[in-house]
Write a protein of this length. Structure first.
Length: 119
């Protein structure tokens, strides 16, 4: 089992920044990647970024590349999503997820944290 807990969401004005955290616990040695996703009301869940748990390689969706940065504090088993130059269309519930080794799925999810960007 892997547990993920997001924090750091809130209300921010357009152009502002937020840093989301994803605290990871449990069987962390079984993790391959950690990913960040978001879902706005009435829209499908959108992939944002992923980070390889062991090697730190990163990948981003085109929609956030250059504005969002995924990183990790290895000592604290925490993955961050630094979000800069936020726009009202970034308003959504943001969630992190864990992909386990030998899995093609995102196997575990956090509960999500709300981000609201006002214009």
């Amino acid at each position: 089992q892997v547990q993920l807990v997001e924090s750091g969401g809130g209300l921010v004005q357009a152009g502002g920044s937020l840093r989301l955290s994803c605290a990871v616990s449990g069987r962390t040695l079984t993790i391959d990647d950690i990913g960040w996703f978001r879902q706005a009301p009435g829209k499908v869940r959108e992939f944002l970024a992923r980070l390889s748990w062991g090697g730190g390689r990163t990948m981003y969706s085109d929609s956030v590349k250059g504005r969002f940065t995924i990183s990790r504090d290895s000592a604290k088993n925490t993955v961050f999503l630094q979000m800069n130059n936020l726009r009202p269309e970034d308003t959504a519930v943001y969630s992190c997820a864990a992909n386990l080794r030998d899995s093609y799925l995102w196997d575990y999810w956090g509960q999500g944290t709300q981000v609201t960007v006002s214009s």
